[in-house]
Design a protein around this ligand. Sequence first.
Ligand SMILES: Cc1cc2nc3c(=O)[nH]c(=O)nc-3n(C[C@H](O)[C@H](O)[C@H](O)COP(=O)(O)OP(=O)(O)OC[C@H]3O[C@@H](n4cnc5c(N)ncnc54)[C@H](O)[C@@H]3O)c2cc1C
Length: 483
Amino acid sequence: MKIGLFELADRLEGLLGVSHVLRDPELRGPYEVDWTRRWRGKAAMVVRPASAVEVAKAVLICADAGARIVIQGGNTGLVGGGVPLDGEVVISTTRMSWIGEIDVVSAQLSAGAGATLASVQQAASSGGFEVAIDLGARDSATLGGMVATNASGLSAVRFGRMSSRVVALEAVLADGTMISGTPGSRLGGHGYDLASLLIGSEGTLGIVTGVTLQLEQAPKSQATALLALDVGGRGAGGARGVVREGELVTESAVFTAGHLSSILRSQLRAVELFYRDGMDLVCDHARIPPPFQASHDAYLIIECAGVGDETAGEVAADIAGALLNCPLVVADAVATDAPTRARLWRYREGIPEAIASIGIPHKLDVYVPRMQMPGFIADLRSLARSVAPGWEVVVFGHVGVGNLHVNLLGVDVQSTAVDDVILELVIASGGSVSAEHGIGRAKAAWMPRVLSADQLGVMRILKRAMDPDALLNPGVMLPASDV
Ligand SMILES: Cc1cc2nc3c(=O)[nH]c(=O)nc-3n(C[C@H](O)[C@H](O)[C@H](O)COP(=O)(O)OP(=O)(O)OC[C@H]3O[C@@H](n4cnc5c(N)ncnc54)[C@H](O)[C@@H]3O)c2cc1C
């Protein structure tokens, strides 16, 4: 750094006020560790600008001092991208939480990058709209973080990911330049699509300060169904002999999910898969009774919305009709009122927290083509048994779009050897090492493996052009030595 930390802090305090420059280790603490507790480091200080102008000025002060910056929103990211590692200045966006009026004619809503998804969902809902993107971390995850990671989530099977919701962005670049209205965004056709460049850039090219979202009309009715699937002893490799652990039940779940998608079509807005272990963990951790009398091999949770004036009862009847041809579904619970639907969702949404309650997990968020999922799950389970019997592997995910969250417990927190073995398996299954959580620091070393040298070269050119001193999010997405 070109100046001392005290001088840098003085300058930032002059801009933001003493209470928004956190230097005390105790105050910095929550910003220095991620949600999983696997990624932790040290920040020089945490600054909390309240507007795009303050972000731009803070960035200029940091750039002038040669201080590296880590951008943090709700700190729910799962790939170590938003936590400082080595004395960076953390720019927290949480004070930029303003939410504008809904433009009801265009069905659009603008909000600050620090607005939480839940607060924006609530604002949209009060006007009869929905954000059409949802994830379990909604109470803390911010719009800026979701743009930066191109978040996907529970309703991606119907509405796609963040990139399909963003109409325009406002951002600050590494030299303090503010861009707003972003030409080339979905509604403009002028030149390079700068919004697309920032979506999914994980804070390596700029700091998102404001977002305009395309909303959807809220549905008039919804129904949620929790489905239990059993393959009996065959799932454990018994009766069919060649069937390996997890293979047959995953095959059944994938088949059932595909069948329901083809029948329920545009009504369907979520298809989630989890297994007996996830259900047991949630019931133990949350101290809630299991949904069915018996325990089952796997569970699907599906959600449907009414088309037009369809009532919730009619939607539930549509689900029941679609289930008639699903022989492997051995039990189901269908709910149409909000509290009961939330109770069903709790079995799926409680899994990450239940996992975190028993250890520090390695979280691998991967895409596996649905046809390959049964074989992948079986290989994963046998790997866990043969290579490291002490591991616990808990898998769940958005089966409707092929995203699986592989959680490993009992593995050395620092080691990446096990992650590497599993990511190799993903590639061998025709999948992708990253689905929706981003690359972060966790998977930066995998970039040369999954991108061609030419693709990586273009990424380096863009990074050097937009952030020549490599100030923003060092080590995220591209290894620091690589930029
Ligand atoms: C229980 C749980 C469930 C989850 N479910 C899903 C899911 O279904 N789908 C999904 O996609 N993700 C999911 N996630 C992951 C996480 O919620 C998302 O990645 C989310 O987009 C992160 O938002 P955040 O505000 O917390 O970002 P942070 O964690 O603060 O940051 C994430 C990354 O974005 C960068 N960043 C943050 N804000 C900005 C900004 N304003 N400008 C530029 N860069 C920025 C950070 O530097 C970092 O690299 C889940 C996480 C948890 C804990």
